[in-house]
Write a protein that binds this ligand. Structure first.
Ligand SMILES: [Fe+2]
Length: 400
């Protein structure tokens, strides 16, 4: 009887599939399978290897899931030198036909898309002395983390920020910006943008028609603020000016401070080295909008974490995905049962839902961590769990 029922069901499915073939030009799909979600109830599966999977068949046809991945600087870094060499010898330099001189990181779980997570794009750029990325404005929020000692400059809303290694420069949604290198050595930085999210929402646009008369270099905007403007206004913890607008450019909810200096970040971490820190995040500082204390972008959160000599964090997992940049030191991050040994300038990604912990391998290590947690917070989807030393699992508070 059971077999007869099953045979009938399969015959019905075949009949449905035949109908599907016929109906496809009408852009409808007759359901022939359960709408199984890709994600298992991750919070119940306490095994260290627990992670999501792609749904089967037609339901999963367009699903993509980012994987944990590690880009080693010693493997990817040499391609910057090769790009720079092509540029130096070029009839038309790559920056002219590609607008940027960079490579983009592609997550092996995302089918070749130019993104490292569902929300983030990451590129590593090199600018030779004299190179300029022309002035433009766009809806994606973007940042650059400077890797070279000579950090070049970015001019944002009339403010020229001259950067050095470890600096974080923000170009929020709706701010005019241009970049360049007027130093003697090449400039290298890591770009991170919420571009894939904006693309998914179909709200990406980019404008290169800078308004008003151009003077001097037509590819750059005029500098209208004195050096250090945003840091002078907003760079003192706990104090913000009462007379200045808290929004620059037209993007609401973004930080009016554009330039966070690596030297200040490192000094801030050093000052906290004797504090207990957090069992899951060690000693961590958040880069925040100084006027509100919120994340610097509505979509992305930026943090700097110091792992002290011999420090090991506990396992944690959260629904947001995090991209890590190794600013200093070496160590390992264990992600869903895999160990990734990292060193200076390496980049790695921890997808949502998977267990991860960090291990210091000697000397201070500093990581910058960029996540889409603010976005998940806003849509009511942020959740995190921690693993205690006895392997029991606890729910972690979701505030900041
Ligand atoms: Fe840009």
């Amino acid at each position: 009887m059971v077999t007869a029922t099953r045979t009938a069901a399969l015959a019905a499915r075949e009949a449905m599939e035949r109908l599907n073939a016929e109906a496809a030009p009408l852009h409808i799909w007759l359901r022939t399978q359960a709408n199984a979600p890709a994600q298992r109830p991750w919070f119940r599966d306490t095994g260290l290897m627990a992670s999501g999977r792609i749904a089967a068949g037609r339901v999963g046809a367009a699903q993509l899931k980012p994987m944990a991945h590690h880009w080693r600087w010693r493997e990817i870094g040499p391609y910057l030198d090769r790009i720079a060499e092509v540029a130096r010898n070029a009839d038309v330099s790559p920056i002219e036909f590609a607008e940027r001189q960079q490579f983009l990181l592609t997550n092996p779980g995302l089918g070749g898309r130019l993104q490292v997570t569902s929300t983030m794009r990451c590129a590593v750029s090199i600018y030779n002395p004299g190179d300029i990325a022309p002035v433009h404005i766009h809806t994606p929020n973007a940042s650059r983390t400077i890797l070279s000692e000579n950090g070049g400059y970015t001019t944002i809303e009339g403010e020229r920020c001259i950067a050095a290694r470890g600096d974080l420069i923000l170009t929020p949604n709706g701010t005019w910006h241009d970049h360049g290198n007027d130093g003697a050595d090449p400039v290298i930085w890591i770009d991170v943008l919420d571009f894939p999210l904006m693309e998914f929402l179909d709200c990406v646009w980019l404008d290169e028609e800078y308004p008003g008369a151009k003077e001097g270099n037509v590819r750059a905007q005029p500098v209208t603020q004195s050096d250090g403007y945003s840091r002078r206004l907003y760079g003192k913890g706990g104090l913000v000016p009462a007379f200045a607008a808290e929004r620059r450019g037209f993007g609401p909810g973004t930080s009016p401070l554009f330039h966070y200096r690596g030297a200040d970040v490192r000094a801030g971490l050093d000052e906290l080295r004797n504090e207990a820190g957090d069992p899951y995040e060690a000693v961590t500082l958040r880069f925040v909008n100084p006027a509100t204390g919120a994340a610097v972008f509505p979509t992305l959160d930026y943090r700097a974490m110091m792992l002290r000599t011999g420090e090991e964090t506990r396992y944690k997992r959260e629904t947001s995905a995090t991209l890590y940049q190794v600013i200093d030191g070496h160590g390992a991050t264990q992600i869903a049962g895999q160990s990734f040994e990292w060193e200076k300038n390496d980049i790695f990604v921890v997808p949502g839902f998977v267990w991860r912990r960090h291990v210091n391998r000697g000397g201070d290590a500093v990581l910058y961590a960029i996540s889409d947690r603010p976005l998940l917070d806003k849509i009511g989807q942020y959740r995190a769990q921690g693993r205690l030393p006895d392997d029991s699992v606890i729910e972690l508070p979701v505030s900041a």
